[in-house]
Structure formats: structure tokens, C-alpha cells
Ligand binder design. Structure first.
Ligand SMILES: Nc1ncnc2c1ncn2[C@@H]1O[C@H](COP(=O)(O)OP(=O)(O)OP(=O)(O)O)[C@@H](O)[C@H]1O
Ligand SMILES: [Mg+2]
Length: 305
């Protein structure tokens, strides 16, 4: 399949601080590509570079076949971008916002009313065209913002945390819309902090401290990143015991998940040893995506020390 984005050693420095550090990856046509990582990892900075809003310090990228440094304007005209703090005009109506963005993205005049109708249907805002955006709740605003970002039917869409701060129902509906767009041939790069959304992506990239730690499908990440036997334990004061547990010679990693600890053992045979050492039951679990990401973030922190 054809690569829609090719990034090579893309780097962004703010003064002495490196926000994005030699990131290289490829995204194929028709992929839902998830971009994950802790706060401040460099997700938005990468996306803003790929959209041509922020100039890279070094490295190169091709987006939709155009060179990011030399053909920025061509890229800007052809992509859709929904920023983390998306910008709708509160004092304009639903329809006026769509009309404004259609103008910005040069939607042909003869297609304008059809496109607006399509976006209103997609966002489930039929009958509310004349409502002021200020009066819409979070989930509706978010779908309208997506409508504004894709009104020109761009072949490539960047969505930066499009679902933060909205209800689970709205989030599910939002991802259904994304799936439909992708079936129609759009490529989507999306950042999220929600693991259920990450599971719905074809491939994921995990970035931490500006460095790309892993790129693969959710299933392959779960299979390959965590090597060993993972067990779950319910210990009172688990949080306080992490350091102590990590000192045990057969323990590779220990992370906290709500009230439970996930402990990665070098070998399944050490499960009984751990039970004796901790004085509690342990249960073998299949690592989740959250385990993968906690492990990768931890490794990056240790690497940078
Ligand atoms: N214009 C800027 N000037 C200086 N530092 C910046 C600038 N923009 C971003 N940074 C820093 O670069 C790092 C990466 O920021 P970025 O916004 O890309 O993170 P992120 O992965 O999107 O995080 P979040 O999940 O919180 O949105 C952060 O430490 C941030 O403070
Ligand atoms: Mg961000």
C-alpha cells in the first residue's frame, strides 16, 4: 500500500529543549494511525510540523507526496486538521461555522450546500443548523469541529485529541465516524489518551520524551513489547511497595493500575516465589495496551537518566 506520510529524523527543538527527537515513521493510505504518549511527549508538536504550522528544526517528511519543507502550502491545502484546542466560533451558528471553514478550505461554491448538509448529517446536527455554537455541549461541538476539519473531504486528516473531555457515548460515535471516513479512503492520524480508542487504530506509534519508542499494531505491541510473565496482585499499600518489589531479582517491572499492581516476572516459575515473598495470591494476566504503554514510558525514563 502507498505511503501517505514518510517521516525521516524529524526533530523540533525549542531553544535547548528537544520536543521531538529524530522521529522516523511511515503511514499508509487508509490507515487509522494512533499516536500515543504521556503529556508533553511531543505528539502535538509532531502533528503541527506535519501540518506545516511549525517548522522542523531538522529532518524531513513527505506528506501526500509533497516535501514538507519546500511544498508546505500544497500540504496545507490538502489536509484536514483538528487541533487539540479546536477553534469554533462561539458567536456563530452551526451552519455559519461550516460555511466559514468551507471558505477557508476553498470548497467549490457549487458543492457548498451539499457538503454542509453532509457534515450536519455526519455530526447529527440536523435541525440545529441555526443554533449558536456557544449553546452546544462538548460532544456536539467536537463533532462539529470534525465536520469543519473534513468539509473539503481531505485525503488526510490529523486529529489531535479529538475526544478529550466528551462522554463515552460521544467518543464511540466519533470513532464510528472516523471508521466510515477511512472506509471511503481517508487516512487518519489521531492522538488519544484513551486505550479503548487506541485499540481501534490499525497501527500505533508510542512516543515519550520526544523519542519514538515503538510502532506496530495493537496486537503485536501486546505480544512483543512485554517479554515475560505478567501477574496481577491486590496488595494494600501497593503504591508504597513498588520500589521494594522491583528489587526482587526475578521481577522485571512493576506498575500500578488503579488499586492493583501488575508485576512482570522473568519466568512463570517465579509466580509461586512471588506469592511467598508478598504473602498474597497472584494471578497471571495477558498484558493490556495500558501495560505496554506504561512499560514503554518507564523504559524511556530509565534510558534518559
Ligand atoms: N512553542 C513551544 N515553546 C516551547 N516549548 C514547547 C512549545 N510547544 C511545545 N513545547 C514543549 O514541547 C513538549 C512537547 O509538547 P507537545 O504539546 O507536543 O506534547 P503532547 O505529547 O502533545 O502532550 P499532551 O498529551 O499534553 O497534549 C512539551 O514539553 C511542551 O512544553
Ligand atoms: Mg498534545
Amino acid at each position: 500500500m502507498e505511503d501517505v506520510i514518510t517521516i525521516e529524523n524529524l526533530t523540533k527543538k525549542f531553544g535547548d529543549f528537544t520536543a521531538v527527537d529524530h522521529v522516523s515513521l511511515k503511514i499508509k493510505r487508509g490507515e487509522i494511525f494512533g499516536f500515543l504518549g504521556p503529556n508533553g511527549a511531543g505528539k502535538s508538536t509532531t502533528i503541527r510540523m506535519l501540518c506545516g504550522i511549525l517548522e522542523p528544526t531538522s529532518g524531513s517528511a513527505r506528506v501526500l507526496g509533497y516535501d514538507l519543507q519546500r511544498e508546505t502550502e500544497k500540504i496545507k491545502e490538502r489536509i484536514g486538521y483538528m487541533s487539540q484546542k479546536f477553534s469554533l466560533y462561539d458567536d456563530l451558528t452551526v451552519k455559519e461555522n461550516l460555511t466559514f471553514y468551507a471558505g477557508l478550505y476553498s470548497v467549490p461554491r457549487k458543492e457548498l450546500s451539499l457538503r454542509i448538509d453532509e457534515m450536519i448529517a455526519m455530526a447529527d446536527l440536523k435541525g440545529r443548523e441555526k443554533e449558536l455554537v456557544a449553546n452546544l455541549s462538548g460532544g456536539w461541538k467536537q463533532r462539529l469541529a470534525l465536520g469543519c476539519a473534513i468539509i473539503a473531504k481531505p485525503p488526510l486528516v490529523f486529529l489531535d485529541e479529538p475526544t478529550s473531555g466528551v462522554s463515552p457515548t460521544s467518543r464511540r460515535m466519533f470513532f464510528q465516524i472516523i471508521r466510515k471516513m477511512v472506509l471511503e479512503g481517508t487516512t487518519v492520524m489521531v492522538t488519544t489518551h484513551f486505550m479503548d480508542e487506541a485499540e481501534r487504530c490499525h497501527r500505533l506509534a508510542f512516543i515519550s520524551g520526544g523519542k519514538l519508542m515503538a510502532v506496530d499494531s495493537p496486537d503485536n505491541l501486546k505480544r512483543n513489547v512485554i517479554q515475560g510473565c505478567m501477574v496481577e496482585v491486590n496488595l494494600p499499600d501497593g503504591m508504597q511497595k513498588i520500589k521494594e518489589i522491583e528489587k526482587l531479582p526475578y521481577v522485571k517491572e512493576c506498575t500500578i493500575h488503579g488499586a492493583l499492581l501488575h508485576i512482570l516476572l522473568d519466568d512463570v516459575q517465579n509466580k509461586t516465589v512471588l506469592q511467598k515473598d508478598l504473602g498474597c495470591e497472584t494471578q497471571i494476566i495477558t498484558p493490556s495496551l495500558e501495560d505496554v504503554f506504561l512499560a514503554l514510558a518507564r523504559r524511556q525514563r530509565l534510558d534518559s537518566k
